[in-house]
Design a protein around this ligand. Structure first.
Ligand code: PBG
Length: 330
């Protein structure tokens, strides 16, 4: 039998496969999410995220130096603040001497070339564990936007390169852009979580920051009035196009692995860089299986990150960034 076209011809050796490889994963693609806590010289393991820690500022700076030397050039920052600093408005989030602001300054001083992307959202600062201010039992979109602008400007003052609003309020990209421009921060970018779904895959993250919505019948029990419904896909396009029009510099889709159809679809219609968040639950699943010997940890990490890139991501927020960087460097 003559088969004229044989796909296996280009798979015959490692060199041949390298020649026709379409997607190349590098450490330039990674953004490492980092959890910071108050205090000195301490780190706490996060049980559901093996290998990930909450660290005090001094140890966070050391970790950033190490990450940069491995080729990871961007970090996404999250603060765990004590209960007494929380309120409904997230006031602590724009404290000039807050933990976030001090962390941004310290990393900038120690590793000036590191791209610093602080998370912009109220939940770690909210007594209710919501990304929005609550007025009469509801998430108050526009009041929340005012708070997010203050938070963003305060991050820019501390030295942030790119602010990363993860809250899903309507109109917040335009509000933040205006606030940054009016304060002279014309070079500070906005990475907008444009299509962020209400997902059960955020569980380990919420326990890391102690930021889950509190159980209280007077407030919404989940984030479904602002995060997207996972049954929807066209709606993601609408969210993305609005954020592009409002002045976002980078568009985020989140979670990652179960949502790569959305990534591919958005890739087809926009030219701005796309970030994908390989979230805490995805990391936890992989680690749990690897710890049981059910998956090869290293291979599964490289495969999943490469597939996220293949779907159309220009950058990947991943807790495996450091591990993957070490694997790619070897
Ligand atoms: C909240 C925020 C969340 C994550 C990043 N920012 C959780 C949430 O929306 O409840 C999740 C990240 C992860 O699971 O890794 N603004």
């Amino acid at each position: 039998m003559i088969i004229y076209s044989r796909n296996r011809r280009l798979r015959t050796s490692a060199s041949m496969r390298a020649l026709v490889q379409e997607t190349v994963l590098t450490t330039n693609d990674f953004v490492m999410p980092i959890f910071v806590m108050e205090g000195e010289n301490k780190q706490e393991a996060i049980a559901s995220m093996p290998g990930i820690f909450r660290r005090t500022l001094d140890l966070t700076v050391k970790e950033c130096q190490e990450l940069f030397s491995l080729g990871v050039k961007a970090v996404n920052l999250y603060m765990k603040v004590s209960e007494d600093l929380k309120d409904n408005r997230g006031t602590e989030s724009w404290n000039k001497n807050g933990l976030m602001q001090n962390t941004i300054k310290a990393i900038k001083d120690a590793v000036p070339e590191m791209i610093i992307m602080p998370d912009v959202a109220l939940d770690p600062y909210s007594i209710y564990g919501h990304d929005g201010i609550i007025t009469n039992g509801k998430i108050d979109n526009d009041a929340t936007n005012d708070a997010l602008v203050k938070m963003s400007v305060s991050h820019a003052e501390a030295g942030a390169d790119i602010v990363a609003p993860s809250d899903m309020m309507d109109g917040r990209v335009a509000a933040i852009r205006t606030g940054l421009e009016e304060s002279g921060f014309t070079d500070v970018g906005i990475l907008s979580y444009s299509a962020k779904y209400a997902s059960s895959f955020y569980g380990p993250f919420r326990s890391a920051l102690d930021s889950a919505p509190v159980d209280n019948q007077d407030i919404p029990k989940d984030k479904k009035t602002y995060q997207m419904d996972f049954h929807n896909s066209r709606e993601a396009i609408d969210e993305v196009l609005k954020d592009v029009a409002e002045g976002a510099d980078i568009i985020m889709i989140k979670p990652g692995m179960p949502y790569l159809d959305i990534v591919a679809k958005v890739r087809d219609i926009i030219d701005l860089p796309i970030a994908v968040y390989n979230v805490s639950g995805e990391y936890a699943m992989l680690k749990a299986a690897a710890q049981n010997g059910w998956l090869d940890n290293d291979k599964a990490i490289i495969e999943s990150l490469t597939c996220i890139k293949r779907a159309g991501a220009d950058m990947i927020f991943t807790y495996a960034a450091k591990e993957a960087a070490i694997l790619l460097n070897n």
